[in-house]
Design a protein. Structure first.
Length: 463
């Protein structure tokens, strides 16, 4: 049985690209319905992404610290219990789901969440397949925030592989630490999971089809990470995986390298080969423009139909949760302005951290981006080998590097290798967002002893 309802705004999805806008619009008096197949608010970040993976990374970090404790005057070893690590990960996810459910209840009657799968009927109507039949929602504005999903490579035996879902979803299928694992793919998910498992004790082999890792990052930065990986991790470039097969003792991966077949025996195979956007059915038919499977948007987050917005992973511009949140708010602000662009997304100011061991982080215009745009940079750096906090924590590797526009000497980009990269990149991103002048960075008295001091020290090297 089909029923029809009306709303001011409908969001396709209830994750980071959707709910910040939904809450703001509801607070501003709009009637908003969020539609999501999971029936819960939060999206893939909490379901199988950043929150659970970083919860497990924290356990790996503690195991790493325990191994390094001798230098701090302690002795002994802390053996990680993988099943307890997974159980704690699950408890964090459950806690956050309860938190989001409370926030939704407290939002009031103007905001609701409908469990189901949405498709377009026309530019103002979406059809939602629910457990109780079809619901059609007519809305003045539509926000497409359907996110991205796991992609599996077209290889024989791919069904024998696991994905990030099997590691990080609530109650995951992988609940025991594999003695050995082959990771297909060297994007951030593959690298983060590989280094996490290595720290917990797995033997890890990474297979890269091309000749570099992290295609979205500057090549110099990515190369530093490769050179800094634990020597126990085996990394093979130019490996074209042909098939995965069962063996009496586990699995075997066959790949081509320099025209010859090579074979790896392993307990587990992780396919980490990308997360393409999820495009709601009927999108192109109603006039929404796509480019290589991604929805085309302006910096106002408007699609080719100005009343329809597409923040987050679905547009492929910056596939990160915190970026989706900001994009969501840009969409909400422009909807409240009657679809007249008054707020804009600065994609250059979005920081990216790769939570490997060691970490790297970057933001804005780095040399590879500058070369493509024809921008001339002045760069400066401070080595964390000379940083007091990095020495204290026995993490004295890497650097803070800053990139200034040659014409204005304002900060347009930065990266951090190693150390507290995930924390330092936030301050640098804030400076990139306001295009801070060189002297402002040089004169800021960051607290001692923290690695944030490296930001000012790098800037002062140019004065």
């Amino acid at each position: 049985m089909m029923r029809e309802v009306r709303a001011d705004v409908v969001t396709i999805g209830a994750g980071g690209g959707a709910y910040p806008a939904a809450f703001r619009l509801a607070k501003g008096g709009r009637r908003v319905i969020m539609v999501d197949p999971k029936g819960v608010m939060s999206g893939n970040c909490l379901a199988e992404g950043c929150v659970p993976s970083k919860t497990m990374r924290q356990a790996a970090y503690l195991a790493r610290q325990a191994r390094q404790a001798d230098g701090h005057g302690f002795s002994g070893d802390l053996m990680p219990d993988y099943e307890r690590i997974v159980a704690y990960k699950d408890s964090v996810q459950e806690r956050r789901y309860r938190q989001h459910a409370r926030e939704l209840r407290e939002a009031g009657a103007r905001l609701s969440l409908l469990k189901g799968t949405a498709s377009f009927v026309d530019p103002h109507v979406v059809a939602v397949e629910t457990d109780d039949g079809e619901v059609r929602i007519r809305a003045a504005n539509i926000i497409i925030a359907s996110g991205a999903s796991v992609s599996l490579p077209p290889i024989q035996g791919v069904e024998l592989c696991v994905t990030s879902h099997d590691f990080y979803a609530l109650n995951p299928s992988v609940r025991r630490l594999p003695e050995s694992v082959v990771v297909i793919g060297v994007g951030y998910i593959g690298l983060e999971t590989a280094t996490l498992l290595n720290e917990l004790g797995s033997r890890v082999h990474l297979l890269a089809r091309g000749e570099r890792v992290l295609r979205q990052a500057d090549e110099r930065l990515a190369q530093w990470l490769v050179e800094s990986l634990d020597e126990r991790i085996e990394l093979t470039f130019g490996a074209a995986v042909q098939r995965v097969e069962r063996t009496p003792s586990g699995l075997a991966v066959t790949y081509l390298k320099d025209g010859r077949e090579e074979r790896l025996e392993t307990d587990l195979v992780l396919a980490a080969t990308g997360r393409p956007p999820v495009i709601p059915p009927g999108s192109e038919a109603v006039g929404i423009a796509l480019d290589h499977g991604r929805i085309v948007v302006s910096t106002a987050l408007q699609t080719s139909l100005p009343h329809i917005y597409a923040p987050g992973d679905v547009n492929g511009r910056s596939m990160l949760f915190h970026s989706a949140v900001r994009q969501s708010l840009v969409a909400a602000n422009n909807i409240m302005a009657g679809d007249k662009p008054v707020d804009f997304m600065d994609f250059d100011a979005v920081p990216t951290t790769v939570f490997t061991f060691p970490q790297i982080a970057y933001v804005g215009v780095t040399p590879s981006v500058a070369a493509a745009r024809g921008v001339r940079l002045v760069e400066t750096a401070f080595s964390l080998a000379d940083d007091a906090r990095a020495q204290i924590e026995d993490e004295a590797q890497g650097e803070v590097r800053e990139f200034f526009d040659e014409r204005s000497m304002r900060l347009v980009g930065a990266w951090v290798e190693g150390g507290a990269a995930d924390y330092l990149i936030g301050e640098l991103a804030a400076s990139v967002a306001r295009r801070a002048p060189l002297r402002e960075l040089a004169e800021l008295a960051d607290q001692h002893p923290t690695s944030a001091e490296a930001i000012g020290k790098a800037a002062r090297a140019l004065l």
